[in-house]
Design a protein around this ligand. Structure first.
Ligand code: FES
Ligand SMILES: [Fe+2]
Length: 422
């Protein structure tokens, strides 16, 4: 349980909020490369932490992120023309470079105006099929994380774009769902069974064989330099002394490397009531058949996204539930997670919940986020930015280990903090 006050503290991300200030200290995906594909193509409107931006790819291929509303008199630059290494506002034709330089002011020939000002522009990087932006104080800009599962594709070879799903609810609801191992064998049991029964190639990207029938894992959380690792430890199907362990890495502020560690899920707050999840991996294209069954396993073969890419719930198949064909009546992992987190409302008030030891990782995550936001509010550097972190080594993992061995061995990037964090 969380007090109503702490719930608000965690959930609200707009300008001037403590959580908003924390989130702005990290690099954040604003959209996917595939959504702004061509130089001089149409610009894209993007919302992040309750603020509006325009994203465009200029003639040279460089991506710019500017405030959406033109600095002259506020027309949306998302209506603008991308041309000649800049974006031109339709209203009076002011033209801006990706770095915010004012290139032209056709209604004001005197250059002193454009030389004096600069459009609000933000540092941008393109890695892992995502466009990352930094919105924090310029003197605090950190290194871009280099997660190994997001290695670049060889020059000229195609990349399977990251999966993008929008949700009409607060970011924390989504993020909590992916540090919550104890729901996997319950909510997703039909898909887990399918993974066990075969068709393994199509699902191995985000899931292994789940060799256990144990639905009540013991949870161990250990703080690391980037956040924490937590292990969900289950009795393995194999022998008495073996444990099936799923280790998940939570990387502040909103990234999770789920077992088996080949992909990462990033939960980006769009505003207090909208969230976008990106699922990113090495981007290696799948053959047609594998791609199809992978999308079906996730539920993305159905019409579950509206034209803006936000989740809309399909009907619940009560007949399939009654006949034992489906536990949840929904098909696919993303559909199941999304109906559950959406059912909690636009911003769940955690002051009415009843948590148990199986929720330990969720509770630890909230604690670390609150602590990090307080650190930033007090002028300090938050978790993950307060010391050097080898981001390329961070990964979740899964495996069957002997009861006496340490699950830490499954995750070589585990840098434990002596004594943990207070
Ligand atoms: S409002 Fe954009 S140029 Fe005037
Ligand atoms: Fe799930």
């Amino acid at each position: 349980m969380l007090s109503h006050k702490d719930n608000e503290y965690l959930c609200r991300v707009g300008p001037g909020t403590p959580m908003g200030a924390l989130l702005r200290r990290y690099w954040t995906p604003i959209t996917r490369s595939v959504d702004v594909p061509e130089p001089d193509g149409p610009p894209v409107r993007a919302r992040l932490f309750g603020e509006d931006f325009v994203v465009f790819r200029d003639t040279s291929g460089a991506v710019g992120v500017l405030d959406e509303l033109c600095m002259h008199r506020g027309a949306s630059l998302a209506l603008g023309r991308v041309e000649g290494c800049g974006i031109r506002c339709l209203y009076h034709g002011w033209k801006f470079g990706a770095d915010g330089t004012i290139m032209e002011t056709p209604n004001q020939p005197d250059p002193r105006f454009r030389e004096r000002w600069r459009a609000p522009a933000y540092p941008v990087r393109e890695v892992g099929g995502l466009i990352w932006v930094y919105l924090g104080p310029p003197d605090k800009q950190p290194e871009l994380p280099r997660y190994s599962c997001m290695v670049e594709r060889p020059e000229g070879e195609p990349r399977r774009p990251p999966i993008r799903v929008g949700y009409r609810h607060n970011w924390l609801q989504g993020l909590e769902g992916v540090v919550d191992s104890s729901h996997v064998g319950i909510l997703h049991q039909s898909e887990v069974q399918e993974a066990k029964d075969g068709d393994y190639a199509s699902v191995r990207i985000i899931q292994d064989k789940f060799p256990t029938a144990d639905d009540a894992p013991a949870l161990e959380v250990r703080d690391t330099d980037f956040g924490f690792h937590y292990a969900a430890i289950r009795q393995a199907e194999t022998a008495g002394d073996e444990r099936y362990v799923r280790v998940t890495a939570f990387i502040l502020p909103f990234t999770v490397s789920i077992p088996p560690g080949t992909s990462m899920l990033i939960w980006v707050p769009i505003d207090d009531y909208h969230t976008v999840q990106y699922a990113v991996d090495d981007g290696v294209p799948l053959d047609e058949e594998t791609e199809r069954s992978f999308l079906r396993w996730l539920g993305l073969d159905q019409n579950i996204l509206d034209p803006d890419g936000f989740f809309i719930a399909p009907g619940q198949d009560r007949a399939a539930m009654a006949e034992g064909r489906s536990f949840s009546g929904y098909q696919g992992l993303i559909t199941q997670d999304a109906v559950v987190t959406t059912s909690m409302g636009p911003m769940y008030d955690r002051s009415t919940e009843h948590v148990v030891p199986a929720d330990a990782a969720v509770l630890r995550m909230r604690r670390l986020l609150i602590k990090a936001a307080r650190t930033v509010a007090a002028g300090g550097a938050p978790i993950g930015l307060d010391r050097y972190v080898s981001t390329e080594k961070i990964s979740g993992a899964s495996g069957v280990v002997h009861a006496n061995s340490d699950w830490k061995d499954l995750v070589p990037g585990h840098v434990e903090l002596t004594g943990g964090r207070p």
